[in-house]
Structures are given as structure tokens and as C-alpha cells.
Design a protein around this ligand. Structure first.
Ligand code: FAQ
Length: 337
């Protein structure tokens, strides 16, 4: 839906049959673009690119940026209630990093020609998507640890291949983001390990309860099954996505089972079983109805999250106005000098 909202193809560029008319020069540019992609090369902001490639990237990068800034909200809920000064400082640093990731990603999306105001407008009007995972509530302190361990763990699994994305500004942003996500994952695991090894029975039960609630939504983060993923084939052809939704999900499950054992928690899936033949862990069926409900705006916290973002935008209007007034004043001064 967002993709359609950003459709800039006008009627002028279409033939009578409704198909876009392409000039010989455009076809030559497209051949060069395809050849560069086939060679595993990178595309820079000023290079020619097909309109569909530009729109696909604008959609994915802006959704990713929105996920980072909406993702600050569930954890922000716990800043004032972190159990120690050390945990509070770590949490503040993590949330700040996420704001920074949003900034790099909005900047990367802007290089494709859509302004930040337009991108945020799409988020605030509910047209643009952000990751389903951030529509779940953070009920206890253990949820903050589980977000680090499982949500950041899933995010890294998905994002490391994006460091090799064919669109260079996105790939460059992802290198730094992945380094920071790695710290986020470890701090979450560490917080949980302390509770599991030194905590009271109640604290241990709290960790298990958080794992029970977050496990399945984390598996949904990777997106629909490959057979139902509308964008995967083209995005993989263009080197935007390097590994499919299902393969990344499997890699995440395979990596996480042992971490759960070390931690001493049970993953809430009776069908989780090592498959010697496949060399992978088998796992149960994901509730895709729940996924699409959450993506469609009807998850436990969708309204609250969007409401908070819109409020933050409105509350910050005076800062943006002041910055613009200052810039205008400086420009007038410079012109007069
Ligand atoms: N939630 O055809 P596909 C983080 C939509 S960052 C909501 O497979 P695609 C950091 C999809 O947009 C987490 N919608 O799509 C952090 C499409 O709808 P559209 C975010 C979803 O793009 C941690 C439709 O379903 N990461 O966690 C979801 O090829 C802790 C069909 O799907 C990124 O954004 C979903 N989970 O593959 C922050 C990474 N999955 O647009 C704070 C970059 C799918 O046609 C605390 N993005 N949809 O209306 C990607 O890698 C891809 O976009 C996928 C989806 C894999 C998410």
C-alpha cells in the first residue's frame, strides 16, 4: 500500500496500452544497471536506477527506519524502572542508538528522492508499515532483556546480509547499525543470564514468561513464508535481499536453541526438534493470522505506538520551527554580508 502511495509514474510516460514507453537510452541504462547488479556491484545515489528499484528500496529502508524509532517506545517504557543505575545507563544508550539508526536510515532513504517529511507523513497517517514486533507490550523488566536477546538477535540475523545490499548508502548504514545491534543483543542476554543465575525463583519465572510471550512474534519478524512473500523474488534478483525470509528464520532458530539451553529457559514450542537429515532444528507452525492482524493495525499496541509517534511529532513542532527560523536568519545575514 505504501508502495502505491509513492507511485510517481505519470500518465505521460505510458503507451496507449498502459505500459511505460522506454527510450533507447533508457534501455541502455537499464542494461548497464542489470550488468552491474549481475557482477555483484553497488549502486550509488546518483547512478541511474529503474523506478521500481528506487520504490522498493524507499519502501524497505523507510519501513526499517520507522521500525527503529517505533522500536524505541517499548523499551522507553522501562527507563524510569530499570533495576540498577548500570542497567538504566545501558538501556538509555541502547535507545539512543536506535534513534541514531532511524536517522541513518531516513538519510539513506532520502538519497532516493523522497523527503523525510513525506516518509514520516506516511508513518503518521498509518500508510507505512513498521516491524510487527513493536506492537507487543513490555510487561516486565524481563521483557527488556528478551527484546535485546531475541528481537535484536532476529534483527541482526536479518540485517547482516543487508550490509551487502546492492544499494550502497543502505549497505554503508547497515555496517554501523549491525555493530551496535550486536552490543544490544549481548546486553539483553547478559541481563537475562544474571536473572537466571542469581535471581529469585520469581525472577526466573518472569524471564520464562517473557520468552513465552516473545518467541513466536520474533519468528514473525522475518516476514511471511517465502511462497507468500510478494517482494522477495525481485528483491533477491536485485541484490537488495540476499537471504530469503524462511532461510533467515531457520538460521535464527538454529542459533538460538543453544543460547536458550545455556540460559536455562524453554522455548515455547513442543515441536522444536533437531532434524539430523536436514541438519537444522524443526519448529512448529507460526500463527500467520496473528501476524497479518498485527501488520494490519490490530495488534495489542498498534494504536498506542502510532499515537505516541504522532504526539512526539506534534510536540516537537516548535523545535523544527525554531531551527528553520534560525537557518533563515543565518542565510539572510550571509546574503547581507
Ligand atoms: N512487520 O514480501 P515481503 C529492529 C510486510 S529493526 C511488518 O516478505 P519484504 C531494530 C512487508 O513490508 C526491525 N510488516 O516483504 C530494533 C510487505 O508489505 P508492503 C525491522 C512486515 O520487504 C531492535 C509484506 O509484509 N527490520 O528490530 C513484516 O521483501 C530492538 C510482504 O512481505 C527491517 O526492516 C513484519 N515483520 O521483506 C529496534 C529490516 N514482514 O511493504 C528496537 C529490513 C513483512 O508490500 C529494538 N527489512 N512485512 O506493504 C527487510 O529485511 C524486509 O523488508 C522484511 C520483509 C524481511 C522485513
Amino acid at each position: 500500500m505504501y508502495t502505491q502511495a509513492m507511485d510517481t509514474m505519470g500518465k505521460d510516460g505510458e503507451s496507449a496500452a498502459g505500459k511505460p514507453v522506454r527510450s533507447a537510452e533508457e534501455m541502455h541504462l537499464e542494461q548497464r544497471f542489470e550488468a552491474r547488479i549481475d557482477d555483484g556491484g553497488f549502486i550509488e545515489a546518483k547512478d541511474w536506477m529503474p523506478e521500481h528499484y528506487r520504490k522498493t528500496l524507499t519502501r524497505q529502508i523507510s519501513q526499517h527506519a520507522h521500525s527503529e524509532i517505533v522500536g524505541m517506545l517499548p523499551e522507553g517504557n522501562w527507563v524510569t524502572r530499570a533495576p540498577t543505575l548500570k542497567r538504566k545507563a545501558i538501556l538509555l544508550a541502547k535507545i539512543q542508538d536506535e534513534g541514531g539508526h532511524g536517522l541513518y536510515l531516513y538519510a539513506a532513504a532520502e538519497t532516493l528522492g523522497t523527503s523525510r517529511d513525506q516518509l514520516l507523513g506516511a508513518l503518521h497517517s498509518g500508510k507505512a508499515k513498521y516491524s510487527s514486533i513493536f506492537n507487543y507490550p513490555t510487561l516486565t523488566w524481563a521483557d527488556v532483556g528478551v527484546i535485546g536477546w531475541l528481537v535484536d538477535g532476529a534483527a541482526i540475523m536479518n540485517q547482516v546480509p543487508l550490509c551487502r545490499c546492492s544499494y550502497a548508502p543502505y549497505a554503508r548504514a547497515m555496517v554501523r547499525i549491525c555493530r551496535e545491534e550486536s552490543f544490544h543483543q549481548r546486553q539483553g542476554y547478559d541481563a537475562l543470564l544474571v536473572m537466571m543465575q542469581q535471581g529469585t525463583p520469581e525472577q526466573k519465572a518472569m524471564v520464562q514468561d517473557a520468552v513465552n510471550r516473545w518467541w513466536w512474534p520474533c519468528l514473525m519478524m522475518f516476514g511471511p513464508p517465502d511462497a507468500e512473500s510478494v517482494h522477495s523474488v525481485q528483491s533477491m534478483r536485485w541484490g537488495i535481499k540476499r537471504i530469503s525470509n524462511d532461510d533467515l528464520r531457520q538460521k535464527f532458530v538454529d542459533a538460538t536453541v543453544q543460547q536458550a539451553e545455556v540460559l536455562g529457559v524453554t522455548l515455547p514450542d513442543p515441536e522444536l526438534k533437531w532434524n539430523e537429515q536436514r541438519g537444522h532444528w524443526d519448529f512448529g507452525t507460526i500463527d500467520w493470522d496473528e501476524f497479518w492482524r498485527v501488520v494490519g493495525g490490530d495488534g495489542p499496541c498498534n494504536r498506542e505506538r502510532l499515537g505516541m509517534r504522532v504526539k512526539a511529532w506534534n510536540d516537537g513542532a516548535w523545535v523544527r520551527e525554531a531551527a528553520l527560523a534560525h537557518a533563515r536568519k543565518q542565510a539572510t545575514k550571509q546574503e547581507a554580508a
